[in-house]
Design a protein around this ligand. Structure first.
Ligand code: COA
Ligand code: AMP
Length: 631
């Protein structure tokens, strides 16, 4: 047992406010917080409500006296065959220039900017430039289609879109302009778009409202333009990040400036064990929360070097890609999703490729984003010979709820558990009535309010939805929508989502969005999308459709697959449709998705007591050809 972990938790429990005020000393304040927490502000209280800060200052400017010549960002891009290193000095020059251009286009404090960029270092610059201006960025993942982008445009009401001309997937160039133009056509407003042209796929910018960002950015750099960091209140939003909820409408998770700076700086040192000047690599995407927190802000806030990797775990060029990057840049810790390890393991089952690289710099591998299966953890430990650390968190929390704190001293690992709560999180297991369950009993995982710094204070312009989605199920608690248990030693186990969110290759997706697309097809009367088990991606969506009596299934699967790809995006990885005569439902009309999933996965299931027509389950079994053994 790490005494330092126990001592840290006890210090936090004894006086949470003093604990976080102490952690706040890691941040450079314009006006330091006198109070850690104001219980009367916001919906459940606000952290560092009386502080004034600028996050870009903390991520860039404050490091210049000591680290101007130290690499800040390493872009390693096997898909373009390039490697670029920017020092903190270069990053500062670029962020200033980008901020100057954005300001020329009218972006100011409190305004929103959508960023639609692939894994290029300019995406980091664009985010920091918004933060510098006190503007609120909202990064949209490149694998989402026009309709999803339009929903985010409508909700965020941005002044500008900052984009690249294309993304690059291993087998194809993905042009962004047609997609963005389509989203602007569907959305209520069509803000101007600044495109950074990439030579692999330049965009035609002749359309209305399109601008060529490159020359403006280059000119601003050549002129050495600078823009001061705008002081913002600690509780002002740094960004909005949309994530999938139960309904088709994405949730705009709001992130504060001050709490985020404090919690991330604490986590880099104590959870991840990273020191300033070290090279840290998160193999994710800036479009996800993991990318926001640990590609961009976390490492830069502490003066570390971050690797921005534009490639895949396999196929760019092979399953040794991750190990090559670690060796080339002397990475001390890698953070990725279990799906990436499964993909590598499939190609290199005996774990032989790591031996071809000098991995002596590597101290740990961190996994999050979905359940880390013990077999993959075991494979990675044997192949890499470093601790493999599962940790659990959500877009909403912005940093780990549970983890194994390398910086404080590793706790014994229990396979299948992301270990223990981090300070700030009072994790409990509740039954449906909100009563706390004893150790070892599975139930709803909830966090006693208040949530710690960095966690969402609300949803963008939607306090009501924040309350109803997270706080109403269990008054006094934040409902995580994950189910699991806490064992006798205090280890937390995450078993499943309790809502209709699925996790495909570490990407959080709403089955509701896909169902909306399927039912908008004239041949479909109703449908249910579930996340079936998938050996590599963890889950893969499968659509069960009930057709109109006169409709034929002939050719329909391909049509529906194309429609989801077109409207939600390729990242949904929607490839399978099954026609059934009816869907199993409860007597109150709720589709029994969990039971459909069990049948699809070939698991045994109990006949739900509330089922309206048990024959509908037989229909699913027949259609899937893989009957579950009804208990
Ligand atoms: N822009 C455009 N298209 C994208 C995209 C992007 N940014 N990201 C993915 N896609 C496309 C892919 O090209 C693929 O298209 P296809 O159907 O034509 O092949 C589709 O979306 C599905 O992508 P993905 O789920 O990534 O599957 P894959 O088979 O290409 O790769 C893995 C599988 C496991 C290698 C990959 O999913 C991976 O690296 N996952 C790590 C996930 C991760 O980092 N998650 C972050 C949370 S921590
Ligand atoms: P996201 O908001 O995309 O980060 O997804 C959050 C969800 O992913 C969580 O609510 C969990 O369902 C799942 N998740 C994330 N990390 C883990 C983990 N380490 N173990 C199990 N599930 C996880």
């Amino acid at each position: 047992m790490s005494n330092a972990y126990q001592a840290t938790i006890e210090t936090w429990q004894a006086d949470p406010h003093a604990f976080w005020l102490n952690a706040a000393a890691a941040v450079d304040w314009i006006e330091p917080p006198r109070e850690a927490f104001d219980p009367n502000a916001g919906i459940y209280g606000r952290w560092f409500a009386d502080s004034v800060v600028n996050t870009c200052w903390n991520a860039v400017d404050r490091h210049l006296p000591e680290r101007a010549d130290q690499p800040a960002v390493i872009h390693d891009s096997p898909v373009t065959g390039s490697k670029t290193v920017w020092t903190y000095g270069e990053l500062a020059r670029r962020v200033n220039a980008m901020a100057a251009v954005l300001k020329d286009f009218g972006l100011g404090k409190g305004d929103r900017a959508i960023i639609y960029m692939p894994m290029i270092p300019d995406a980091v610059v664009a985010m920091l430039a918004c933060a510098r201006l006190g503007a609120i960025h909202s990064v949209v993942f490149g694998g989402f289609a026009a309709r999803e982008l339009a929903a985010r445009l409508d909700d965020a009401g941005p002044t500008l879109i900052i984009a690249a001309s294309c993304g690059i997937e291993p087998t194809r160039v993905v042009p962004y302009e047609p997609l963005i133009s389509e989203a602007r056509r569907i959305a209520r407003a069509a803000p101007p778009v600044l495109y950074l042209q990439r030579k692999e796929g330049p965009a035609d910018l002749s359309g209305d409202g399109n601008h060529d960002l490159g020359p403006l950015y280059e000119a601003a750099m050549a002129e050495g333009r600078t823009v001061p960091c705008e002081p913002v209140r600690g509780t002002d939003p740094l960004y909005i990040l949309y994530t999938s909820g139960t309904t088709g409408r994405p949730k705009g998770v709001v992130r504060d400036n001050a709490g985020y700076c404090v919690a991330l700086a604490w986590s880099m040192k104590n959870l991840y064990g990273i020191e300033p000047g070290e090279v840290w690599w998160t193999a994710s995407d800036v479009g996800w929360v993991v990318g926001h927190s640990y590609i961009v802000y976390g490492p830069l806030l502490i003066g570390a070097t971050t690797v921005v990797y534009e490639g895949k775990p396999v196929g760019t060029p092979d399953a040794g890609a991750f190990w090559r990057v670690i060796a080339d840049h002397k990475v001390v810790s890698l953070f990725t999703a279990p799906t990436a390890i499964r993909a590598v393991k499939k190609e290199d089952p005996d774990g032989l490729l790591p031996a071809n690289y000098d991995l002596s710099s590597l101290r740990a591998l961190f996994l999050a984003g979905e359940r880390a299966d013990p077999a993959s953890i075991d494979w990675a430990e044997r192949a890499l010979k470093v601790p493999v650390i599962d940790h659990w968190w959500q877009t909403e929390t912005g940093w780990a709820i549970c983890g194994n704190p390398v910086g404080l001293g590793l706790l014994p690992v229990k396979p299948g558990s992301p270990t223990k709560p981090m300070p700030g999180y009072d994790v409990v297991i509740l039954d449906e009535a909100g009563k706390e369950l004893p150790r070892g009993v599975m139930g709803n995982i909830a966090i006693r309010l208040p949530l710690p710094p960095a966690c969402l204070p609300t949803l963008w312009h939607d306090d009501e939805r924040f309350r109803s989605a997270y706080l109403e199920a269990f008054p006094g608690y934040y409902a995580t929508s994950d189910a699991g248990l806490i064992d006798d030693d205090g280890y937390v186990f995450i078993m499943a989502r309790t809502d209709d969110v699925i996790n495909v290759a570490g990407h959080r997706l709403s089955t509701g969005v896909m169902e909306d697309v399927l039912t908008s097809h004239p041949a479909v009367v109703e449908c249910a999308v579930i996340g079936a088990e998938d050996a590599i991606k963890g889950q893969a969506p499968v659509g069960f459709v009930v057709l109109r009596p006169d409709a034929s299934f002939e050719g329909l699967e391909a049509e529906l697959v194309a429609k989801v790809r077109q409207e939600v995006g390729p990242v949904a990885a929607f490839k399978r449709v099954i026609a059934v005569p009816r869907l199993p439902k409860t007597r109150s009309g709720k589709t029994l998705r969990a039971t459909i999933k069990k049948i699809t996965d070939g698991e045994s299931y109990t006949m739900p007591a509330t089922i309206d027509d048990p024959g509908a389950l037989t229909d699913i079994e027949d259609a899937i050809g893989k009957p579950g053994a009804a208990a």
